[in-house]
Design a protein around this ligand. Structure first.
Ligand SMILES: [Fe+2]
Ligand SMILES: [Fe+2]
Length: 190
């Protein structure tokens, strides 16, 4: 069993499409009055769009560019969560949640690096992309269904304000959101 499979199987059964949709509906309600949750959930939705762009890219070179975009966004998101969100999860929610979250990020980074080495025209590339997407979907489900709501219930208000500021700061160290807004980072032809 691969490491990614092992992680995917730590929460069994994997959340269904309906489970994930329900968790998203609830976390959107939470995001309406928790700015730090809003930032994270909006990035989850951007990540989902990047997976679709990679899958539906018309040419190998646009697929490769879409994977670069996906990897950059995913790494920026993961780095920000690792630097400022998961320490709060460890302190105010659960150490086992935080440990699992860090491990899942690490495994996704390993698999993403492998994906970038594969030829987008090959079968292996598509299988790897599907595999990473399933693992990320399950991880996002855990965050939206459990870890974020639990932290929202337990984190003191002043730490939430700090978390919002620090999260934005960490994410922008790696990912230039304004460049995306200007279309500078979007893959050609997508
Ligand atoms: Fe995460
Ligand atoms: Fe996340």
């Amino acid at each position: 069993m691969s490491l990614l499979d092992r992680i995917a199987s730590t929460v069994t059964p994997a959340a269904s499409h309906e489970d994930r949709a329900e968790a998203r509906r609830k976390v959107e309600g939470l995001a309406a009055h928790e700015p730090w949750v809003r930032l994270i959930v909006d990035q989850h939705k951007q990540i989902e769009s990047r997976f679709s762009e990679a899958r539906n890219a018309p040419e190998p070179h646009t697929a490769a560019r879409a994977v670069e975009e996906l990897a950059t966004l995913l790494t920026g998101h993961a780095n920000a969560e690792e630097a400022v969100l998961y320490p709060e999860v460890a302190e105010y929610s659960g150490k086992s949640h935080a440990a699992m979250a860090y491990e899942e990020h690490a495994m996704t980074k390993v698999q993403l690096a492998k994906l970038r080495d594969l030829n987008p025209q090959g079968e292996e590339w598509r299988e790897k992309l599907d595999h990473i997407e399933s693992a990320v979907q399950q991880h996002v489900y855990q965050e939206e269904d459990s870890w974020l709501p639990d932290l929202a219930a337990n984190l003191p208000a002043e730490r939430k304000d700090l978390l919002t500021r620090r999260y934005e700061e960490e994410f922008s160290r790696y990912y230039d959101n304004e460049a995306v807004g200007r279309g500078e980072r979007l893959p050609e032809g997508l």
